[in-house]
Design a protein around this ligand. Structure first.
Ligand SMILES: C[S@@+](CC[C@H](N)C(=O)[O-])C[C@H]1O[C@@H](n2cnc3c(N)ncnc32)[C@H](O)[C@@H]1O
Length: 272
């Protein structure tokens, strides 16, 4: 893996890594638990920050053909349909999650599909939505190019992803505590202790909710921006969402951390 830890300026884009198979297997195995967690609002990052911010950015979708990229167990597709979409199609690389989505929302179109190889015809959709999925691939080049291809002219992509300031930290998970450290202690003389590595594009292995083992990619902001600039779509908006006020009372620790440290970022792109 050391060879993959390289400054982004040296990225060999053709060798960029796809979603890790172990991560797909982990999502397959955790499908029922993942669906239950979302249903119970038991994911503070979703409930107090990401979903309010993403849903707050959604327009009236009346008559729009919507593609949901990385749809998981389908809850967001139901929300997209409630905004008037004429059709909602959910794609996800995990068969387990797609099976769960089909069970929960039987009348919707769900497909097992890799966002780097979308099999729909050009101009098939008017709006694309992708929540917390882009960071599973090392580069967004192929994914953005596929989304651009399947969007009709004037179509929009709204996507959320890890914020590189938080996810470039040194992450330590424990039973009693988690730490995300970015910074350094420097003695007047001697070697400094440096925590985190913002500048290096790298694969990160992590465990969520104590059991879900995932691999995602950290990349500095300039590498993310490079993919956006190269995508041929126009950047319409970029947001560093804050937790909603309810978090202050209901989950003070989440509030205290994430009103100061960015957790995710949201981008809105438009195809000319
Ligand atoms: C953190 S979950 C988010 C799921 C859903 N959007 C939500 O917010 O509840 C990330 C999702 O991305 C999916 N995913 C990862 N890599 C993918 C790829 N290459 N193509 C399609 N889906 C992918 C995973 O299977 C998982 O469902």
């Amino acid at each position: 893996m050391a060879g993959k830890n390289r400054p982004h300026a040296q990225q060999k884009r053709n060798n960029d890594m796809p979603t890790d198979q172990d991560t797909v297997d982990a999502y397959n195995a955790a499908a029922a638990e993942w669906a239950e967690r979302l249903r119970n609002g038991n994911n503070p990052a979703h409930r107090f920050l990401e979903k309010p911010a993403m849903y707050g950015k959604l327009p009236d979708l009346t008559g729009k053909r919507v593609l949901c990229v990385g749809c998981g167990t389908g809850e967001e597709c139901v929300h997209l349909a409630s905004l008037g979409a004429s059709s909602v199609t959910g794609i996800d690389i995990s068969k387990g999650l797609i099976d769960a989505a089909r069970e929960t929302v039987p009348n919707m179109d769900f497909r097992v599909m890799d966002m780097e190889n979308i099999t729909f015809e050009a101009n098939s959709f008017d709006y694309a939505y992708s929540s917390l999925t882009l960071h599973y691939v090392e580069s967004w080049g192929r994914t953005l190019s596929e989304i651009r291809r399947v969007l009709a002219p004037g179509g929009t992509l709204l996507a959320s992803t890890h914020h590189p300031v938080k996810w470039g930290s040194q992450v330590t998970r424990g039973k009693e505590s988690d730490s995300f450290l970015m910074g350094y202690d420097r003695l007047v003389s001697g070697v400094p202790s440096v925590y985190g590595d913002y500048q290096t594009t790298r694969k990160v292995q992590d465990t969520w909710f104590g059991t879900l083992k995932v691999t995602y990619f950290h990349r500095p902001f300039s590498a993310i921006m490079r993919d956006i600039l190269d995508s041929g779509m126009a950047l319409m908006d970029i947001i560093e969402p804050m937790p909603i006020e309810e978090a202050a009372a209901e989950n003070p620790s989440f509030w205290e951390i994430h009103r100061k440290i960015p957790l995710f970022m949201i981008i809105e792109l438009r195809k000319a």
